[in-house]
Ligand binder design. Structure first.
Ligand SMILES: [Zn+2]
Length: 221
């Protein structure tokens, strides 16, 4: 799938989930730039969300047992995970490693929501039963805030991981919000790129390097 097709797929998923959550998309022009209300999007998908200190395969294995999925080989596996999705047709849970920063945790949640909407939900809902489920585990290396699909490192990721990262970038740093905020700050202050990166990263609760790359990709700095 090329980048044009990715964009259609990703923006369609973002627009649909906003409609279900009764949130506007594109984000309307507002004076106050606010972080994406991820909890409302998760609620619209009936996805629970838990932050787990020291999340690893063993911890995930315990959660899976609770959900009726036996993975005994995982119960002693200390391999760390950054995020995990367990989803059925009409509900599911996202586990996030609680040891990373708030901004990183939000990006992991957005990335995992992207996997659910782009890669699993249609198949689960088509199954029309209560037993089909999907699981997706992410290691830290696949969840990348600061790399576009065209970067060398981005190319080393699978297509689905790149799509989930792009979904999270477009969701957490919407183009309309970035453009409006840059205009507003420029109208009020003598702004430098560093100021914009710092300010918008704080406004939208994203990593500063991620915002730097996002503003550059939109030719705003
Ligand atoms: Zn992923």
């Amino acid at each position: 799938m090329n980048q044009f097709d990715d964009s259609v797929l990703i923006f369609d998923a973002i627009q649909r989930i906003h409609a279900v959550a009764d949130l506007p998309w594109p984000i309307p022009a507002r004076r106050i730039v606010e972080p994406m209300p991820l909890h409302r999007l998760l609620a619209a998908c009936r996805l629970a969300h838990e932050e787990v200190t020291g999340l690893n395969r063993a911890a995930i294995g315990s959660y899976l047992e609770r959900w009726g999925v036996q993975r005994p080989d995982w119960l002693e596996d200390p391999t760390p995970s950054i995020g995990f999705l367990f989803a059925r047709a009409n509900d599911g849970t996202i586990l996030v490693n609680g040891d990373v920063s708030l901004n990183r945790r939000r990006f992991v949640v957005a990335h995992t929501l992207g996997h659910y909407l782009l890669h699993y939900r249609a198949r689960l809902q088509a199954a029309e039963d209560g037993t089909t489920f999907a699981v997706h585990e992410d290691k830290g290396d696949s969840v990348r805030e600061a790399e576009g699909a065209g970067s060398d490192k981005g190319k080393s990721l699978s297509e689905t991981e790149r799509q989930a990262n792009r979904f999270a970038i477009e969701l957490l740093m919407p183009e309309t919000v970035c453009r409006l905020a840059c205009q507003q700050y420029a109208a009020s202050f003598a702004v430098s790129p560093r100021f914009l990166e710092h300010q918008l990263a704080g406004d939208l609760l994203v990593d500063r390097e991620a915002m730097r790359r996002r503003l550059r990709s939109l030719s705003l700095t």
